[in-house]
Design a protein around this ligand. Sequence first.
Ligand code: NAD
Ligand code: UDP
Length: 317
Amino acid sequence: MSPAGRRTLVTGGAGFLGSHLCEALLQRGADVLCVDNFHTGTRANIAALLPHPRFELLEHDVSVPLDVDVDRIFNLACPASPVHYQHDPVQTTKTCVQGAIHMLALAKARGARILQASTSEVYGDPEVHPQPESYWGRVNPIGMRSCYNEGKRCAETLFFDYRRQHDLEIKVVRIFNTYGPRMYPDDGRVVSNFIVQALRGEDITLYGDGSQTRSFCYVDDLIEALLASMDTPAAFTGPVNVGNPAELSMRELAELVLRLSGSRSRIVHQPLPADDPKLRRPDIGLAQRELGWNPKVPLEKGLLATIAYFRALLNFG
Ligand code: NAD
Ligand code: UDP
């Protein structure tokens, strides 16, 4: 279904994923309302969209109620990098939980369909590998990552309770590690850290022994999955995993970034942060079946595009 003629709200629309999503929605003919408090997002991310006649920006914090006329809501507002979400953990929980409550109330008031950007962090440090949606996870409720993990888990609960109590049309999408242009050079996530360090000739900071794994999805693939999820039949609620199942260790990632960037940086070890998951790879069978979706961009190609982005950003052209 084309979103043409619809007014679509994207919370967190000035962020890394949100700005790509706003752009894709405009390309598909939607009217887009971007709501953001610029906690981690930037005006630069959406600068090219501001003159667009179907794009509107509202500076607003989702932990405060909002009443706007929309018929679709993508709820992405929330800092995503561990450094950012741990900086003000109480605010992170408020954004996750109160943000979900307010956006669900808005969806109920307007009869809007609403999608939640959930996360692989709901699985915590998993004992089941790869992670299917049926796995309930292994999450520390009182650790450094809990503000985000438990906040996102509670948001999922709220989405399903609104579905049961108020018959809302919900979509819960569990996003696995995603990377690409518009990541921030200083947000502490591994892909941006390694690329920026490699380009600057600084040491590559590998946490722990580097044997922990992740599976990285290129941003363009992820946006396709979010759009496809929103357009699934009303009966499909998720939760659905979206990510690229190609898994590698952080040591392999460091070596790959060094090779692709032509850098001579050294790899140095730093302590592994608390509760850092040892393994992560999505089981995407459900997304393949229900969304008709598969990630298309191989890691090397996506990393080359991301390296080119950071080269230009950091003036290493
Ligand atoms: P990001 O930090 O770039 O974007 C988050 C955006 O939300 C920013 O623009 C920020 O200013 C805004 N925001 C934060 N708190 C807000 C509030 N209280 N009110 C209004 N706006 C607020 O992060 P991202 O990588 O673009 O992530 C977007 C969403 O996707 C998040 O919900 C995140 O949990 C989820 N997600 C991302 C990844 C990933 O790998 N990028 C993985 C799993 C889940
Ligand atoms: N990591 C690392 N060096 C860095 C940043 C992160 O080795 O400079 C590791 C981190 O310990 C984790 C993995 O890379 O095991 C992914 O970290 P990120 O913060 O990107 O995402 P998340 O842990 O939330 O998946």
